[in-house]
Design a protein around this ligand. Structure first.
Ligand code: GRF
Length: 203
């Protein structure tokens, strides 16, 4: 399967996917990395791995839809089967989401449906949860709301700060995302009627 990754920044999840995909048994190859920020650190990292990168600054476009048309043009050229959002910080229009329905996945740093949106670690600490984590899900119109593919739980430890908790969750993300992508690429999970349907995994 051919994979495109959309990023906005650091790109550590993107790198985890690239590294996993370089493994012999991984069922997918990363064909392109697209960023809406030309100076995203992740673009350099991707190039360092010999992956084609494309910067499509959103400021160059009159609106969200026009920006997505340009992304769509790049995707049409590299023909991915699956699009992975990895720290892609732009909301997507219903039209773009519909185009990639069941073929676009995202990683979110909380155990959804808890803490959709931003500042998840700070909110988890304020809320006093003792278990936090991360989620990979199919992308649907509502933000951080699609059918769940995989989750990893991470303990909240006494004395945790927003940063220490973020670091622990990020390590879990780097394991979870490649695993979830391989499940989707192998067809072990797919989206049907707005739900994740699992097959062949005993799940
Ligand atoms: C990750 O925590 C991811 O879950 C969230 O944004 C962050 C991106 O980090 N969506 P990176 O760019 O993958 O390092």
């Amino acid at each position: 399967r051919r994979i495109a990754i959309l990023i906005s920044g650091r790109g550590s999840n993107m790198e985890a996917l690239i590294t996993a995909a370089a493994g012999a048994d991984f069922p997918a190859e990363i064909v392109t990395v697209i960023s809406n920020h030309p100076d995203a650190a992740g673009l350099q990292i991707a190039r360092g791995h010999g992956i084609e990168t494309v910067a499509i600054p959103h400021h160059d476009h009159v609106d969200r839809a026009a920006h997505e048309v340009e992304i769509g043009r790049v995707l049409a050229e590299c023909r991915p089967d699956i699009v992975c959002l990895a720290g892609y910080m732009r909301l997507l229009t219903p039209r773009f989401v519909a185009t990639w329905e069941g073929r676009m996945i995202n990683i979110h740093p909380s155990l959804l449906p808890a803490f959709p949106g931003l500042h998840t670690h700070r909110r988890a600490l304020l809320q006093g949860v003792r278990v936090h984590g991360c989620t990979v899900h199919f992308v649907t119109e509502a933000m951080d709301d699609g059918p769940i593919i995989a989750q990893a739980a991470v303990p909240v430890l006494s004395g945790d700060t927003e940063n220490s908790l973020a670091v622990r969750v990020l390590l879990a993300e780097h394991k979870l995302y490649p695993m979830a992508l391989s499940m989707v690429a192998r067809g072990e999970v797919s989206m049907r009627d707005g739900r994740a349907v699992f097959s062949g995994t005993g799940d």
